[in-house]
Design a protein. Structure first.
Length: 635
């Protein structure tokens, strides 16, 4: 029996039981099967939840790019590794074969070396979805540099915070990016950020929109001429299993973004294994994940997981609405996509449009559909199943997180009977627990609680860059000997899991993870604002949207409220990015507070949700009178 590809549901259950009985043997067999190791491990796993410390495949030596590129060259060298579909449908798609990818990654790696980047140095990548993004990631991994990709929709302040947190030496960016009918001047965002980033020595600039930009003498360099000159082979740096591979920032419920640190061997084994099984990838399939590589989904399931399997992975530069709402379906037809992996928010947005956009395209190449990033509501699930999958393609609703590195709960296509809104069963090796308010594990079915993981898995983040204490407090202190996800979940009568949403102050907006505290900090920067509180409320396209309650300073001055709203959102855009803008801003006289001064978000959340009949007991509040006013002026 091959452990690498699960073939029946019975085999899944067998493997699952084995993975619990003997996790080391289970993961060892998977790691043995398909990878190039320069040296095998001494120990499969070693862990201590109290420190917390997790080591997978200790003693092993490898380079992940040898696994993602070199080993495929002899067997599928001419096969397309990366299929680049540009923003503009009239621009030709680019097929980058495994041979070509090898050459381009090696050249890029040599450029990094020439520019003084060494093993362990951090390189910040701030690029649109163009091939250079995937290639620069792999080039870092080739020489052992730690990449930190920052989503190119983030503002200059957000970029600077992330560069400074990991003290990156280099930024890789482009002159600009295309986004539908718009162009975005990325380079000037970088320039602004770098005014406060002393660690940056070099900026490499890819040409994409051919705009007229300035290069700062001694710091900025065009990428193309350097690549042209570079040698086309680069011996991979041999890495230890637990050497850092990348940092990726994610929002926390409080404070600065958390630089989740992922390491080499475990991440590779897990993303490769889960890619193969969750998407049921076969040799001639053309797989498309619509996420941006700036998020974990793109790292694990556009770059590393697919390439480790020798897959053809599509990189799409554009947006679902350009040139019209049929773009996704057009691309599926054009490239005969077999696996399509997207976000519920995109499905909801496209479901609002005329069905002709879907029906006018031949989607018969599709075999598996996937969703990720937020709960998918029943209506969107059925729309996807009926109109895109034509009721013949399984939908894999995949639950996971930046912190988990790879998919944790998901149906296996054609094996696990799907159930709308349920991510269904844990993948082999993943031991889940639901925990009650007292911290006790809830056994049995038809129960709900806080979702935790009781046993380590290979791709879990090992730390928060520069702040191991915060890693411990956020994920390992709520309950002993387990990882706390921050999500609530229920387990139905057959043991299927359904994620019910965050139980902390993180709100998922259009699949993006947003902490309320940093947004409140931005709102409070407005000179007219005294205090604010942000909660989520249901939104039919975004899943959740943000509702801000804002107290203004008493200056005696009359301000136009609409202008204030615009100014507040402008500050949020500058500090974080447009994704964090507030949909509703209500100006209030006061916020409901406990006697110790803590804002009662539960009440604000209910008001935003329009659940006014069960606000609970407000009499214990410090200022119960404000609640009535807030309700009266609710937006
Ligand atoms: O609340 C869960 C939600 O997204 C959170 C993780 O966000 P992020 O780290 O940005 O990673 C997103 C891509 C992996 C989770 O804590 N989430 C993710 N997938 C699902 C989900 N909620 C419900 N169903 C899902 N399939």
């Amino acid at each position: 029996m091959s452990n690498y590809h699960v073939k029946t549901l019975e085999e899944y259950f067998q493997l699952y039981r084995k993975s619990v009985r003997n996790p080391e043997l289970f993961w060892e067999e998977i790691a043995e099967e398909h990878f190039v190791w320069r040296k095998k491990w001494d120990k499969v796993v070693e862990y201590d939840f109290s420190k917390p410390e997790f080591k997978w495949f200790e003693g092993a030596k490898l380079n992940i790019t040898e696994n993602c590129i070199d080993r495929h060259i002899h067997i599928r060298g001419d096969k397309t590794a990366i299929l680049f579909e540009p923003n503009n449908p009239d621009e030709e798609a680019e097929h980058i074969s495994y041979k070509e990818l090898h050459k381009r990654v090696c050249k890029f790696a040599n450029v990094l070396k020439e520019q003084g980047i060494k093993k362990g140095d951090r390189v910040c990548i701030y690029l649109p979805m163009i091939p250079e993004l995937a290639i620069s990631i792999l080039a870092c991994a080739r020489i052992g540099a730690v990449h930190s990709v920052v989503f190119a929709g983030f503002s200059s302040t957000a970029l600077a915070t992330r560069i400074n947190d990991c003290e990156a030496k280099m930024v890789i960016t482009s002159d600009g990016s295309y986004r539908g009918a718009k162009t975005i001047d990325l380079k000037s965002i970088v320039d602004e950020a770098l005014e406060s980033c002393p660690s940056i020595e070099t900026v490499l600039v890819a040409k994409r929109i051919h705009s007229d930009i300035e290069l700062k003498e001694g710091r900025d360099k065009w990428l193309a001429p350097l690549l042209e000159e570079a040698y086309q082979d680069c011996v991979p740096e041999i890495m230890d299993a637990e050497d850092p591979l990348f940092i990726l920032y994610t929002s926390g419920s409080t404070g600065s973004p958390k630089g989740m640190l992922h390491t080499t061997a475990g991440y590779m084994v897990y993303t490769a294994y889960t890619f193969k099984n969750v998407f049921n990838y076969k040799e001639n399939d053309v797989y498309w994940c619509t996420a941006d590589i700036g998020w974990i989904t793109g790292h694990s399931y556009i770059v590393y997981g697919p390439l480790a399997n020798g897959a053809t992975t599509v990189m799409f530069e554009g947006v679902p609405s350009y040139p019209d709402f049929g773009r996704f379906w057009e691309v599926i037809e054009k490239h005969k996509i077999t696996q399509f992996y997207t976000a519920p928010t995109a499905i909801r947005a496209l479901a609002k449009e005329n069905l002709d956009f879907v029906d006018s395209h031949d989607l018969s190449s599709l075999k598996v559909l996937g969703t990720v990033g937020e709960p998918i509501n029943e209506e969107a699930w059925h729309w996807y199943n009926d109109n895109v999958g034509k009721k013949k393609n399984p939908i894999v609703d995949t639950w996971w997180q930046t912190e988990t590195g790879g998919i944790m709960i998901s149906p296996l296509p054609y094996l696990t009977p799907t159930k709308p809104t349920y991510a269904t069963l844990p993948l082999p090796g993943i031991q889940l627990a639901l925990i009650d308010e007292k911290g006790k594990e809830i056994k049995g079915n038809q129960v709900d609680g806080r979702l935790c993981v009781k046993y380590p898995w290979p791709s879990m983040a090992r730390s928060i860059w520069g702040n191991h204490q915060r890693y411990k407090e956020t994920y390992f202190s709520a309950y002993d000997n387990m990882y706390f996800t921050g999500d609530g979940a229920l387990r139905d009568e057959v043991g299927y899991y359904r994620i019910t949403g965050r139980v902390d102050d993180v709100i998922i907006v259009s699949g993006h993870n947003l902490g309320t505290a940093p947004i409140e900090d931005s709102v409070n920067e407005h000179p007219a604002v005294a205090e604010s509180a942000i909660v989520g409320f249901p939104h039919d396209v975004k899943g959740n949207a943000l509702y801000g309650y804002v107290i203004l300073k008493e200056t005696g001055e009359e301000r136009n409220q609409d202008n204030l709203r615009k100014e507040i959102n402008q500050i949020i855009t500058e500090h974080i990015g447009p994704i964090a803008k507030l949909d509703k801003i209500q100006f209030v006289e006061g916020l409901p507070k406990t006697r110790s001064g803590k804002i009662m978000r539960r009440i604000l959340r209910k008001i935003a949700h329009n659940e006014l009949s069960n606000l609970g007991d407000v009499s214990t509040l410090l200022n119960p009178e404000v609640v009535e006013n807030i309700i009266k002026e609710r937006l």
